[in-house]
Design a protein around this ligand. Structure first.
Ligand code: HEM
Length: 309
């Protein structure tokens, strides 16, 4: 988004503004190995330590700013907090002495924590909206697929080792995600801060990728799937590249109502429109994901067979 572009709907602009970097995260070496089942339980136990550093910082700082009118909108302590689930899984994967593993902090872990704390230090709590969006909507979305894979690949006993992905206080995840998006759209900030929130979300994705990259050298070598290193060295591209062309979704999202959202209810018409938005998001994510795993040769043969090329 450029300075003279009007502000849109934050839920839409966040999704559009992070689409490319979300695909990069999905295609990272860690997730490829995760889906192949080559991430060992011991390594996953250490990944959980990384996540513990991040969620401890995020949930501590969100709590500190819970009375900020914008944070209030997206702060669902009961429903979303992940720290307790993480701690259950940490014990499951690392044993009862897992807390000792928190005593050292790696550069990527520190850098992610710094980014979260910076929002508070700079007195810009609105930027935490971006961090909450990236973490919690991610956990409620792709996170659910990861949990199933984790369970299957490691033949985990029912309900064990996946507490991090379980949201016991949320009955209907799709409805809750809709509510979260409605709340995002109610965030009130000036144009510059709006732009910064989208940029901060991109940072949160980049920090997540860096977090997982710290494990790359321990993962089975998949020569063609190194995580793109530009994330560590180059400045991030501007989200203005990807926030255009969303007018249909914007119109749809504008039909949403604030009414009843504390109890996760939507007006029927609005719920329908928002489901359409969700379907578009889901199909686009699912196709991105699918394509990232399909060999290029297969796509070429298919395209030739159906006469596209
Ligand atoms: C292989 C790994 C991943 C897979 C398979 C995956 C898959 C998905 C899918 C299918 C959705 C769409 C769900 C829906 O709209 O209901 C989604 C949304 C999302 N994912 Fe991921 N994801 C992955 C990694 C990540 C990572 C690492 C993050 C960031 C920490 C992340 C953050 C998000 C966010 C914020 C959304 C919501 C987008 C929106 O609609 O605004 N995902 N993901």
């Amino acid at each position: 988004m450029t300075a003279d572009q009007p502000m849109g709907l934050l839920a839409v602009d966040l999704r559009e503004g992070t689409k490319d970097i979300h695909v990069m995260a999905e295609r990272s070496k860690f997730f490829k190995c995760f889906f192949k089942g080559t991430v060992t339980p011991a390594l996953y136990g250490r990944v959980l330590i990384s996540l513990h550093h991040v969620y401890s910082a995020l949930e501590r700082i969100l709590e500190k700013h819970k009375n900020d009118p914008n944070i209030e909108l997206i702060y669902f302590r009961e429903e979303l907090s992940r720290k307790q689930g993480l701690e259950e899984d940490l014990e499951f994967f690392n044993g009862p002495d897992w807390r000792a593993m928190l005593s050292t902090i790696t550069p990527a872990q520190q850098s992610y924590v710094d980014a979260i704390e910076r929002c508070s230090r700079m007195d810009k709590p609105e930027l935490l909206v971006a961090h909450a969006y990236v973490r919690y909507l991610g956990d409620l979305s792709g996170g659910q697929m990861l949990a199933k894979k984790l369970q299957k690949n490691n033949a985990l006993p029912e309900g064990k080792g996946v507490a991090f992905y379980q949201f016991d206080k949320i009955e209907d995840k799709s409805a809750f995600k809709e509510l979260f998006r409605i709340r995002l759209n109610q965030v009130e900030v000036d144009k510059e801060t709006y732009r910064e929130i989208i940029q901060e979300a991109r940072q949160a994705f980049a920090k997540t990728i860096e977090l997982f990259q710290e494990f790359d050298h321990e993962l089975e070598d998949l020569s063609s799937s190194q995580t793109p290193s530009l994330l560590l060295s180059s400045p991030l591209p501007s989200p203005s590249l990807s926030v255009g062309g969303v007018s249909m979704e914007k119109t749809e999202m504008k039909g949403l109502t604030k009414e009843g959202d504390r109890t996760f209810k939507l007006q029927p018409a609005s719920a329908g429109l928002n489901s359409l938005f969700l379907a578009v998001a889901g199909v686009s994510r699912a196709s991105d994901l699918l394509l990232s795993f399909v060999p290029v040769n297969l796509i070429r043969s298919f395209a030739t067979a159906v006469g596209i090329v």
